[in-house]
Structure formats: structure tokens, C-alpha cells
Design a protein around this ligand. Structure first.
Ligand code: GLV
Ligand code: MN
Ligand code: MN
Length: 457
């Protein structure tokens, strides 16, 4: 039985009993351990102080957009919702407890600084995101932010005084679950997505990003790229749970990322004629959904034909009444491939559907010099790390493509799955991730980063 099986079978008896009677589970948090880990996992970890810290932080946020008694259920933390704002407030409090100086850049990303960076004395940054896909896992995003907090706490506890400032980012709307474009905050920050296009995007309820930001207290007049904030980073290292199966069956808890596949999102519209579900004879219908359903199949076939990946995971059916024939369907395509040529071939096959590109991220190769430094630092602390690529997108990729020397650390995912509640990393592996990140931050912040400060090769 794997760690994951054990965690999923050992749920609190009281919660299971109540669920069997059909009553909703009652959140009850009795220990500083989220339900997906066990108390004894802390003792089995290489550093019990870090294990306790990570477990406490995951417990703190576990009830935000999630039922903490149900490790088999997902997280709902779309950007700029009540849940996301609760997570941002939690992040601010946590940073305050570490004595960090919290700033919000013009794109709404939170940055917390230990030390005072300037363009002449830029820092080393880390972090990830706290938002999730609908029904997402516990680790995609939060692991990087919580590991960053734990790493800074470990450095402080060890009495380290870094020569260079260290910053932690909570990047806004990485998943793009609400406004349709992934890595929204980092794209706006770096200028890859302009504010005029960004602010008018709407969610499924018709709320615009401008309205969502206004209610969150973000200054929408100033919303846009923030080169001054970007200039404070000399090198960036994002830690993330691995989204894939590469490490699952190896002895390595941690890997260094080499590259990200090119990937993007496209939208296509299919029309029909809305009418009464009962009174319209079957032979007189023009049902938009029936026509639209060929699109996921065509996308699937095109991906298979070109060795790519294609997914249609989001549909909007209008007018959306159970007793109304669908009159219009919007379908979202996510397509990725190891090479841009394969991705283009998929899109060519789908040309009859007239897909409109919503976002695109070219192949990303992380900074070679920074990667080599991480590998060397990890070897020094006895954490031999393989180097692997990924088909998942990350803010780190956007930063790298905008010219900031960037690298990533991946933490082993025991199930290999992601964007689902079955995503799982053991506490012991997460502790090794924090140990790796702590070593990297300590190493990078304690030394010169070379020409141009970032050490870009
Ligand atoms: C983010 O995890 C993505 O790859 O879509
Ligand atoms: Mn992520
Ligand atoms: Mn994700």
C-alpha cells in the first residue's frame, strides 16, 4: 500500500460515519496536520521542525475552498474570489510573522521581502501561487509558497544573514481558471499580456477582471506591467510539485527543471438555434451542443496524430436551460507538445473549427547557469537531483521568457496526477523540497550572481 492509499483510507471515523448517513461532513481540525498526512509522517521526515512548520501551514489553509476532513475532495480557489482573498490575507499574516516587507506589484502579485532589494542590489526570489483549478489538488501552487515560507523560517532560525535580499511571491491567478488565461499575474507583470486586454476579460458570471480587482482593492488605474518590481529579482527559483510521473518511481524526492513544453489555449464557438426542448420535433432542431461535440474528438485525434496533447476541458452552453435546445457553445482547447511544430500541426488540423488563440507560451528553457548552480548546491547537501522537463505551465516560465534568470525545483508526486485531488506528495518529500530550496536560497543569496547580477548564461 502506498502512502497515498494509506492517507485516503484512514479518514477520521466520525466524518466517514456522518457521510454514510448522507449528512454533509463536519469540518473538525483536531491536530496541526492536514488530513492527507499523518502525525507520524513528521517524525519520519529529515527535519522535524520543517515538517511541523509545513504541516501547520497546510492545516491553516486547508479549509479555504475545501472541506478539510475530506482528503478525497478538491480545492476551489479561483483568482480574486473570497477564497483567494482569504489566502492572500493568510499569506500577508504569515509574512508578517517572519518580519517580511509585503508589497503588491502593479499586476496584483504579492511579494514579501527579507531585506531591502533595489535595482542595484536585486534579490533572489522564490514562491508560486495559491489559486487552484476547479476541484484541484492540495499541492499545485501552495507547495511552492509554503515551502518558500518554511525555507525563510529555517534560514532565520539558523541565524543566517543573507548578503542579498530574499523575496517570496504569491503570483496571482496562475491557473487562469476564472478569466481563461493561465499565469495571468506574471504575464501582466512582464508585459506579455497588456492591461487593456486583461481588464475586460470576464468570468462565467460576466464579472470583469476590472470589477474583481476593484472589489479586491487593487488599483485598476495602475494595473499593468511593473518593470520596477521585476528589476528587484536577480534570480528566481520556483518550487512546485511534479505534475507527472517521472519521479514517482525513483529514489529522488527532488528534481531540477530543464524546460517547459510550448503550450497554449484556444477558443472556438459553435452556433445553433435555441428552442423548446419538448415542442421542437427532433428533425427540426439545430442543436449547437450536438455539433460542438465533434471538436473534442477532432482535437484528441489531431493530438494523437502529431504526438501532442490536446484537451477540451471547459464548455459554456447557452442559454444553459435543461429544457432549452442549446443555441450556442463555447469550447476551450488546451494544447501542448514537446515541439512547436507538432503544436502547429494540431492547430492546422483543427483549422476548420476556426480556433482563436487566447494565450500562448513558447518552449521555455530555464537558465543554464542557474540550473547548474542548483544542481551543484543540491549535491553539496546530499540531495542528488535529476534534471527533467515538464508539459505543465508555470509563472517561472513567463519570468524566464521575459529575461529574468529562472529555474525550478520539482518535488516528487507519488501518484503522478495533478489538477485533481489525487495529486499527492508525502510530507517527507515536501520536507526534502524545503531543504533543497533552503540550500538554494542560502547559496544564491550568499554569493555574487555574476555578470548582470542574475548570472544569465
Ligand atoms: C498549469 O498547471 C498548467 O500547466 O495548466
Ligand atoms: Mn502550479
Ligand atoms: Mn496547475
Amino acid at each position: 500500500m502506498t502512502q497515498f492509499d494509506r492517507d485516503r483510507t484512514q479518514q477520521p471515523a466520525v466524518a466517514v460515519a456522518r457521510r454514510e448517513r448522507g449528512a454533509p461532513p463536519v469540518p473538525e481540525q483536531t491536530s496541526a496536520m492536514p488530513a492527507f498526512w499523518q502525525d507520524e509522517d513528521a517524525a519520519a521526515s529529515a527535519d522535524t521542525a520543517v515538517a511541523t512548520d509545513l504541516a501547520r501551514m497546510f492545516t491553516d489553509i486547508d479549509s479555504i475552498g475545501h472541506d478539510p476532513t475530506r482528503p478525497d475532495t478538491g480545492y476551489h480557489r479561483a483568482a480574486w474570489t473570497r477564497e483567494d482573498l482569504a489566502l492572500r490575507a493568510w499569506f500577508a499574516r504569515e509574512c508578517d510573522s517572519l518580519g517580511l516587507d509585503l508589497r503588491v506589484d502593479a499586476a496584483g502579485n504579492q511579494w514579501a521581502w527579507w531585506g531591502t532589494p533595489s535595482p542595484q542590489h536585486p534579490g533572489v526570489t522564490t514562491g508560486s501561487h495559491l489559486d487552484s483549478v476547479p476541484d484541484g489538488g492540495a499541492f499545485d501552487g501552495p507547495l511552492g509558497v509554503l515551502s518558500a515560507l518554511a525555507a525563510v523560517r529555517a534560514l532565520q532560525a539558523a541565524g543566517v544573514h543573507p548578503a542579498r535580499p530574499i523575496g517570496i511571491v504569491n503570483a496571482s491567478d496562475e491557473e487562469g481558471a476564472r478569466f481563461g488565461i493561465a499565469c495571468f499575474g506574471s504575464r501582466v507583470l512582464t508585459g506579455a499580456l497588456g492591461p487593456a486586454r486583461a481588464l475586460v476579460r470576464t468570468d462565467q458570471d460576466g464579472t470583469s477582471l476590472r470589477e474583481a480587482l476593484d472589489s479586491a482593492g487593487i488599483d485598476t488605474d495602475a494595473y499593468g506591467p511593473d518593470p520596477a518590481a521585476l528589476a528587484l529579482t536577480a534570480a528566481h527559483v520556483e518550487l512546485h510539485v511534479e505534475q507527472g510521473y517521472w519521479l514517482a518511481d525513483t529514489h529522488s524526492p527532488v528534481a531540477v527543471a530543464t524546460h517547459i513544453w510550448p503550450h497554449g489555449r484556444w477558443r472556438t464557438e459553435v452556433g445553433g438555434v435555441p428552442d423548446h426542448a419538448g415542442t421542437t420535433p427532433m428533425e427540426r432542431r439545430d442543436d449547437a451542443l450536438l455539433s460542438a461535440l465533434a471538436f473534442p474528438r477532432d482535437a484528441h485525434d489531431a493530438a494523437l496524430a502529431h504526438g501532442a496533447r490536446a484537451t477540451v476541458g471547459h464548455l459554456e452552453v447557452l442559454p444553459g436551460g435543461a429544457n432549452v435546445i442549446p443555441g450556442h457553445v463555447t469550447l476551450w482547447l488546451d494544447a501542448r507538445a514537446s515541439e512547436e511544430e507538432a503544436l502547429s500541426a494540431v492547430l492546422e488540423d483543427l483549422a476548420p473549427w476556426d480556433p482563436v488563440q487566447e494565450s500562448f507560451t513558447p518552449a521555455t528553457h530555464f537558465d543554464a547557469q542557474l540550473r547548474a548552480r542548483l544542481v551543484a548546491i543540491l549535491a553539496d547537501v546530499g540531495l542528488g537531483a535529476p534534471e527533467i522537463g515538464t508539459a505543465a505551465g508555470h509563472d517561472a516560465g513567463i519570468l524566464q521568457n521575459s529575461g529574468t534568470p529562472t529555474a525550478m525545483l520539482f518535488v516528487r508526486n507519488r501518484t503522478g496526477s495533478s489538477h485533481t485531488p489525487t495529486e499527492f506528495a508525502t510530507l517527507s518529500d515536501c520536507v526534502d523540497g524545503v531543504r533543497a530550496l533552503t540550500a538554494c536560497l542560502g547559496g544564491l543569496a550568499g554569493q555574487s550572481l555574476g555578470p548582470g547580477e542574475g548570472g544569465a548564461s
